[in-house]
Write a protein that binds this ligand. Structure first.
Ligand code: FAD
Ligand code: TPP
Length: 572
């Protein structure tokens, strides 16, 4: 007999799905049994369903194609939710199979009963319960189409008994190839856009992840407009490299040059970005925004001219209508400013014989020794800061984080998904000690699936980023201490190579050895707890929001009134 679960697996295989991340159990057993019986789809057993969702998100981010995760009823699919939020907010196509309790029990408060349609409502574009075999494969295919076309999450809730019923339909109904619509503003709108740009002198471009695949067009545009390019963090991997117009990021992790290029322009041209921090947008500039999605226009700042279009398509239509901007001063100043800002940040990453080790230096070493096409993941917390500032992109390297959702513990699971998707590439996780501990069970996944992921753990014995937040808001630090184990021993116990760097001279050899190791490895680096990661510039108005501690540190640059900060920052 051909079961609904068999049909589900066949439809997924037809849609190009090669693996499903998850944890099996009761209501999911019919589906895992069908996976067992097929050669087309692998079951990737992880140790926490949140890992499954993050890993699927990483796969979808890297490939742009559908990735799938699964959880058993109740707690199993509840565990998926945080990872799915991340996928949803990153706009990557992920399907979640949320197994459900027996259909006859729904509504009785049965063992493990939840209502997935409610639970997943906020983190999905589509979530439907399959109660009859007749709904399959149509509901599944609608879910797949929705995840792909909305670029987000779709969920099907499937009761275990329905999965085991005889299928009514006998195969996939849809055989679509990947849709590639051309989205461009109308001719009139392109004329208007050209006119607005041709009339402006001091133009700054704020570019984001929506510029992926349009690097050449973006650089040509910046040349024509004599415009510095500030990138938003999710755009870093697509924009920063081979870019003579790059002036860095803005906002708290940013560079003063990025901040000033935005604040000092007459016209801000936002392209493919949803950069969220309102206080870092200019107040008086004309703002022009181009985005694939109309609903994104004006979401973050007031917009004077909004255009719906794909970046590459729109810029190609626009270029012939643009005149060469003759005003060079804004670009020249911004680049000069960038050189100085970059130099200052680079100095903080310079090797020093002193302990504790500066995390900037660790990241610089990772950057230097990692492969040309390495995939990096970075935990939310200070590893995001160091990755943003010290990892160099080149068009082949990739950078994943939980940048929009901002969840801790993302780096290990995203590394798992990356390594499974690209077994031959080097995958390096920049992990916080808090972040690693949160989903540490999935260290075991590295060994179980023989994934040669390299984890660099920034061990500062603290929830360091939160300490910075507390200080800057004038709170006393509380609840941020981490009484950590020796992570190298934990790694060894889990079957990984475990290495440790206590002093700066041990950093490079340990990381290099880990990268060469033919299997998973963890390097624990003892880093300083208090490192400045300051806003690029601070106005009086912003300063009001900062506590005295942070303010002094910011304004003096090295914070000499504060003993600990002084020790790590002055005595370099
Ligand atoms: C601890 C922490 C600190 C952070 N600090 C900073 C910081 O200081 N600075 C910073 O920049 N970020 C920072 N971030 C990240 C920040 O929260 C956002 O995730 C990031 O700025 C968004 O980048 P983006 O605009 O490139 O991407 P997204 O938010 O993903 O926006 C992409 C936009 O492009 C559009 N798009 C997609 N495809 C196309 C296409 N083909 N054509 C046109 N448009 C398209 C989408 O509709 C969307 O509007 C931080 C994150 C964390 C976790
Ligand atoms: C799931 C989750 N819980 C809490 C937070 C709040 N938070 C943001 S960063 C952070 C600290 C991260 O600590 P760690 O991983 O040790 O990195 P560090 O900042 O110390 O380098 C916390 C608690 C969060 N973003 N996500």
């Amino acid at each position: 007999m051909r079961r609904v679960a068999d049909l589900l697996v066949e439809v997924l295989a037809e849609a190009g799905v090669r693996r499903i991340y998850g944890i099996c159990g009761d209501s999911l057993n019919g589906i895992t049994d069908s996976i067992r019986a097929t050669n087309n789809i692998r079951w990737i057993h992880v140790r926490h369903e949140e890992t499954a969702a993050f890993a699927a998100g990483a796969e979808a981010h890297l490939t742009g194609t559908l990735a799938v995760c699964a959880g058993s009823s109740g707690p199993g699919n509840l565990h998926l939710i945080n990872g799915l939020y991340d996928c949803y907010r990153n706009r990557v196509p992920v399907l979640a199979i949320a197994a459900q309790i027996p259909s006859a029990e729904i509504g009785s408060g049965y063992f493990q009963e939840t209502h997935p349609e409610h639970l997943f409502a906020q983190c999905s574009h589509y979530c439907e319960l399959v109660s009859h075999p007749e709904q399959m494969p149509r509901v599944l295919e609608v879910a797949i189409q929705t995840a792909l076309s909305k670029r987000g999450v779709a969920v099907i809730a499937l009761p275990g008994d329905v999965a085991l019923k005889e299928a009514v339909d006998h195969g996939p109904r849809l055989h679509f190839s990947e849709a590639r619509p051309i989205v461009c503003p109308s001719d009139d709108e392109i004329d208007l856009l050209a006119d607005v740009l041709n009339r402006s002198k001091k133009i700054t471009i704020l570019a984001g992840a929506g510029c992926a695949g349009a690097h050449d067009e973006l650089i040509e545009l910046a040349g024509k407009l004599q415009a510095p390019i500030v990138h938003a963090l999710r755009g870093k991997e697509f924009i920063e490299y081979d870019n003579p117009f790059d002036v860095g990021l803005t906002a708290l992790l940013g560079f003063s040059s990025g901040y000033h290029a935005m604040m000092n322009c007459d016209l801000l041209l936002m392209i493919g970005t949803d950069f969220p921090y309102r206080q870092f947008y200019p107040k008086n500039a004309t703002v022009v925004q181009i985005d694939l999605r109309g609903e994104q226009l004006g979401r973050r700042t007031k917009v004077d001219f909004g255009f719906v279009g794909d970046t590459g398509v729109t810029l190609r239509a626009l270029m012939p209508k643009l005149q060469q901007n003759q005003y060079e001063e804004h670009l020249r100043q911004s680049r000069e400013h960038y050189r100085t800002a970059r130099k200052e940040l680079d100095e903080l990453a310079a090797p020093s014989g002193k302990t504790p080790i500066h995390p900037q230096y660790v990241t610089r070493v990772i950057d230097q020794v990692a492969a040309e096409d390495a995939i990096f993941t970075c935990d939310v917390g200070t590893p995001t800061i160091w990755a943003a500032r010290y990892l160099t992109m080149n068009g082949k390297r990739r950078l994943l984080g939980s940048f929009n959702h901002g969840s801790m513990a993302n780096a290990l699971p995203q590394a798992i998904g990356s390594q499974i998707t690209y077994p031959g590439r080097q995958v390096v996780s920049l992990s916080g000690d808090g972040g690693l501990a949160m989903l540490m069970g999935d260290l075991l996944t590295l060994k179980q699936h023989e994934l040669p992921v390299k984890l660099i753990v920034f061990k500062n014995d603290a929830l360091g980023f939160v300490e910075l937040e507390m200080k800057s808001a004038g709170f006393l630090e509380f609840g941020t201490d981490l009484h950590n184990p020796d992570f190298t021993q934990i790694a060894e116990g889990a079957g990984l190579l475990g290495l440790r760097a206590d002093t700066p001279d041990q950093v490079e050899p340990a990381i290099a050895q880990a990268l060469k190791h033919d299997g998973p490895a963890l390097v624990e680096v003892i880093v300083s707890r208090q490192e400045l990661s300051m806003p690029p510039s601070i106005s009086l108005e912003e300063a009001k929001g900062f506590g005295l501690f942070m303010l002094k540190a910011v304004l003096s640059g090295r914070g000499d009134e504060i003993i600990d900060l002084a020790r790590v920052n002055l005595l370099r």
